[in-house]
Ligand binder design. Structure first.
Ligand SMILES: CC(C)(COP(=O)(O)OP(=O)(O)OC[C@H]1O[C@@H](n2cnc3c(N)ncnc32)[C@H](O)[C@@H]1OP(=O)(O)O)[C@@H](O)C(=O)NCCC(=O)NCCS
Length: 139
């Protein structure tokens, strides 16, 4: 069976957190608790997605907006399922959902050392609809 992209709900939290914890390039913070992610999903309903195969979360992304521009964060695909287009599909679904509420631009923050993520976003390009904001860790 192939994977499905579905809206993320709090019921996906445990598996999604497990995926994020083991993904370089996802920078979890103490604010990433069940309670705050639940609040995030409620405030930004219909914008965040998971990729599911055989009841297992194999990809996830959080998406929000400020009424003007969208924000993508916490994108991750299980290493066993990478380079199959799942990351591209997840980002595509977020952009589509943002378009549905009249938002055509999206931004995301990347640390300079996250070269894989940088290459991924440069490749998928998405007609300039995703702006990458580069961050540097202070010593
Ligand atoms: C970045 C990430 C989400 C990509 O997911 P993915 O499902 O493997 O990506 P896709 O298969 O949709 O890739 C689409 C295209 O992007 C490019 N790409 C993907 N990963 C790449 C990498 N590591 N290096 C260079 N190019 C890459 C490829 O051109 C790929 O197409 P191709 O396989 O036909 O050549 C995944 O590598 C990941 O979870 N990384 C760790 C977490 C992370 O860095 N997240 C970003 C934080 S915002």
């Amino acid at each position: 069976m192939g994977y499905l992209i579905e809206e993320m709900f709090l019921s996906h939290f445990d598996q999604t957190m497990q995926l994020w914890r083991t993904s370089d390039g996802v920078h979890l913070k103490s604010v990433d608790s069940r309670e705050t992610i639940g609040r995030f999903l409620k405030r930004n309903s219909g914008l965040s997605y998971v990729a599911i195969e055989n009841n297992k979360v194999i990809g996830a992304v959080l998406c929000s907006h400020d009424g003007r521009i969208g924000f993508l964060t916490h994108l991750a695909v299980d290493p066993d399922y990478r380079r199959q287009g799942i990351g591209r599909s997840l980002v595509g679904r977020c952009l589509y959902a943002l378009m549905g509420i009249g938002i055509s631009q999206c931004a995301l923050m990347l640390f300079e050392e996250d070269q894989n993520a940088l290459n991924f976003f440069k490749t998928i390009a998405l007609s300039g609809r995703v702006e990458m904001l580069m961050m540097k860790k202070l010593e």
